[in-house]
Design a protein around this ligand. Structure first.
Ligand code: ADP
Ligand code: ASP
Ligand code: MG
Length: 445
């Protein structure tokens, strides 16, 4: 064990890192390997193999069965056996019989889906605390949400500080907390990352380690690019752009608490702890290896094109058009514009239901010459702090896409020059990502 430093680290382990007794052993080795790894945030047991089911998904299903008046006993037994496999495999004496009986009672009494889902982390936290010999802290005591479901940031920070002040080591389950009235409430999926970040902020951690099943933040989604390069260091802002655009490693909201305190996040691989992973920092003078830091993207957008001669000189035109979206409760993703044309890019699934109201509203608000729509678009974000200093980046993106016969529907470069957003057809999505990856990364190797 490395001793003698007074560093404090918060370590969060994802579902696949805690899916079986073998994985638990790796996790314990990592934690015990450094004295500074004091506060541990576990997820619920994830997949043990490719087509396995996550415990969280089974718990949501349990709640749904209950809602439909079906018997939940067999599924609860299956979930129990997931935990018992771990408990037995680790040789622990712990019994979760009472806990499962209580969960059954609560679901019978009408507990909500958040309660059901939260039990995955709650139980896994108990098992891990028992195995490590660390104290267990129920997240419901320290993570507090307002009644509208938003986090009570200050209260949570205070409670976490108070609670952990007197505890040198603790396990705090991820993903959930409670509402002001005591009802259990969860973050959105993948939210254990946020819990880890909140704990790191509260204790002024030196580092927030986020342990998962890949060796860091990769330049592109490994499901699209086989064996992509690992990003050594990335800034919060770059990461925010990438995770917002679908790079799923870290919950998109997880950077906010640590960012306030300038605490770095280190993405690490539980299955390859010797690798350094990715460091996420406020700023760095480390030069990225390539012009771009990463590529990410999402499918399922629609673009609404509004044309009107001389729109440019009509004061308030843009505001009026956006007002129509606002009135219909729609947020927009991007808004590239020309002199007599503006395009509003929205999420298709939200937009379709309100399509006709929006078009009618735009007609009424600004009397355009033409409104055209295009659906089934994908947006790809090419992100990098290195792009500012490099000429021709956009040109290279275009030429790579042209070579791959991908038609570019839209392009938007933020004024920060940190990212370029390219819109392509959904069906061209993977080809486009590969083409961009090849020109900036493969060609430089
Ligand atoms: P955990 O359960 O540990 O929280 P997640 O499934 O939430 O793990 O996130 C890790 C997964 O994110 C990886 O297994 C990988 O498939 C996926 N992923 C998507 N984009 C990227 C990327 N750019 N870099 C690394 N992983 C990515
Ligand atoms: N277990 C939850 C989920 O599957 C939360 C998490 O893993 O962070 O979404
Ligand atoms: Mg995750």
């Amino acid at each position: 064990m490395e001793k003698g430093n007074y560093m404090k680290k918060v370590v969060k382990f994802g579902g696949s890192s805690l899916a079986s007794p073998e994985q638990f052993k790796k996790v314990a080795d990592i934690i015990k390997g450094e004295d500074s790894r004091r506060y541990v945030i576990p997820s619920a047991p994830g997949k043990r193999y490719a087509d396995d089911t996550k415990v969280t998904d089974m718990l949501y299903q349990c709640h749904e069965l209950k809602e439909n008046g079906k018997d939940i006993k067999p599924l609860l037994e299956k979930i129990k056996s997931r935990y018992n496999e771990i408990i037995k495999g680790l040789g622990l004496k712990l019994s979760l019989e009472e806990e499962f009986a209580e969960i059954h009672r609560q679901l019978d009494a009408g507990a909500g889906s958040d309660y059901a889902a939260s039990r995955g982390e709650y139980l896994n936290g108990m098992v891990l605390a028992d195995y490590l010999g660390f104290e267990f802290v129920d997240a419901a005591e320290v993570i507090i949400f307002h009644m509208d479901g938003t986090l009570d940031v200050d209260k949570t920070n205070e409670l976490l500080k108070d609670c952990l002040k007197s505890r040198e080591y603790a396990v705090i389950p991820g993903f959930y907390g409670k509402l002001e009235d005591g009802t259990i409430h969860t973050f959105s999926r993948g939210g254990s990352d946020i819990t880890g970040s909140l704990v790191a902020r509260a204790i002024h951690a030196d580092m927030y380690e986020n342990w998962t099943d890949v060796s860091g933040f990769l330049v592109a989604d490994p499901r699209i690019i086989s064996n992509p390069e690992i990003i050594e260091a990335i800034t919060y802002r770059e990461l925010r752009e990438l995770s917002y655009m679908g790079a799923g490693v870290l919950h998109e909201e997880a950077i906010f608490p640590v960012r306030r305190e300038g605490i770095p996040i280190n993405i690490r691989n539980t299955n390859a702890p010797e690798e350094k992973g990715t460091l996420i920092v406020e700023s760095t003078c480390r030069k990225p290896r390539y012009t771009i830091t990463g590529i990410a993207g999402k499918k399922g957008f629609a673009a609404i094109n509004v044309d009107k001669d001389m729109m440019n000189s009509e004061i308030g035109f843009g505001r009026k058009v956006l007002g129509v979206f606002e009135d219909n409760g729609l947020s927009f993703e991007h808004m590239p514009s020309g002199i007599d044309t503006m395009t509003i890019v929205v999420q298709q699934s939200e937009f379709v239901e309100k399509e006709q109201q929006v078009i009618a509203g735009i007609h009424r608000a600004v009397h355009p010459d033409i409104i055209e729509m295009e659906s089934d678009l994908a947006l790809i974000a090419v992100v990098g702090r290195g792009m500012k200093a490099t000429r021709g980046t956009v040109g290279r993106i275009f030429s790579a896409l042209a070579h791959a016969r991908v038609n570019v529907k839209m392009i938007d470069q933020g004024s920060s020059e940190l990212n370029v957003i390219v819109g392509v057809k959904n069906s061209d999505f993977e080809t486009a990502i590969r083409a961009i990856y090849d020109i900036f990364v493969t060609a430089q190797l």
